[in-house]
Design a protein around this ligand. Structure first.
Ligand code: FE2
Length: 314
């Protein structure tokens, strides 16, 4: 079954465009492609943009754009969406031009997330340049990155019927961890190319449609340098440095100006479908990824209880 081949772009609607420009460029190392009063576009690679950030009140994800291999494959997808009873419409020439694609079809997932299925997402006329990165963002066949979305009480069966059954995603793995008595994190990770997952779904209490977007870099030092830039800028962190046991991502989580997070990572695992076995894991992290508030509490306690430090201040 031919389905989507990669996460091409996302669109966020945000209240503070200036904060997002600073966050994307000066902290994450993206390149400002263009901006006007209504929004701005951020580049991560040869594509004209990977994030479109528009002025509005949602402070959330409003569109996920997935690229499809070609016109015939998109026709097939439209037929499957229609047969499945999904809302589906041609986006039209103006939207296709704005998105810098040949054709765009719009649909909506069972959680109400707007999805655009596109063909012909062309490269920009100019090469990508970051003032900050030592290496590059990892994109290519793996698309722009991955995102974790909230299932909002929709059953796993219902959203898998859409993402697996219609869009053609394949299950990577599942993580079920009891974080505290009675509080269980249950996430399912899906891939559509070698990147371990392009999308994952969790049923945790969260006010947004998206929990985080992950950007990956080729040089591990860029994770540390991005951490330092966020720290110095006072950008709130959601989680400290850590590593996930399923995709092996070495990463930290920083809070965006809209309240959801960005995972900034290195070293993500690639899947070979010929040999991959779907597993259920029992923990979200091998190490780290502590909530930042807890980490600060430990640090303060350690400082308060350190006799050597007391001596140093006498
Ligand atoms: Fe992630």
């Amino acid at each position: 079954m031919s389905g989507v081949k990669e996460l091409a772009y996302v669109v966020y609607e945000v209240t503070d465009l200036a904060a997002w420009e600073h966050f994307g460029t000066a902290l994450l190392g993206m390149q400002l492609a263009d901006k006007d009063a209504d929004g701005l576009s951020l580049r991560m690679d040869a594509k004209p943009y990977r994030w479109r950030v528009e002025r509005g009140t949602a402070d959330d994800l409003v569109v996920s754009g997935y690229e499809v291999a070609g016109a015939a494959e998109l026709d097939e997808l439209v037929a499957r969406l229609t047969a499945a009873g999904a809302e589906v419409a041609e986006g039209g020439a103006a939207l296709a031009a704005a998105r810098r694609v040949d054709r765009v079809v719009t649909t909506v997932d069972p959680m109400g997330n707007r999805i655009e299925l596109v063909t012909g997402f062309a490269d920009a006329e100019t090469p990508f340049a970051s003032d900050l990165l030592l290496g590059e963002f990892v994109t290519g066949a793996g698309g722009a990155g991955h995102q974790v979305l909230l299932s909002k009480g929709v059953s796993r069966e219902a959203y898998l019927a859409f993402y697996e059954g219609v869009l053609g995603f394949r299950i990577s793995d599942i993580i079920v961890e009891e974080l505290a008595p009675g509080i269980v994190a249950d996430l399912i990770f899906l891939h559509c190319n070698p990147r371990h997952h392009s999308v994952a779904f969790g049923d945790m209490p969260h006010p947004k449609k998206t929990h985080h977007f992950m950007v990956e870099v080729t040089d591990m030092r860029d994770v540390g340098m991005a951490w330092d830039r966020c720290l110095k800028a006072g950008q709130p962190f959601e989680m400290t440095l850590g590593m996930h046991p399923n995709d092996n991502m070495f990463s930290f989580y920083v809070t965006t100006p809209s309240g959801f997070a960005v995972e900034y990572g290195w070293g993500g695992l690639l899947i070979d479908d010929a040999t991959w076995e779907v597993k259920t894991l029992d923990r979200l992290n091998n190490w780290g990824h502590h909530p930042m508030q807890a980490e600060l509490g430990w640090l303060q306690a350690a400082i308060a209880n350190d006799p050597a430090r007391e001596d140093a201040h006498r």
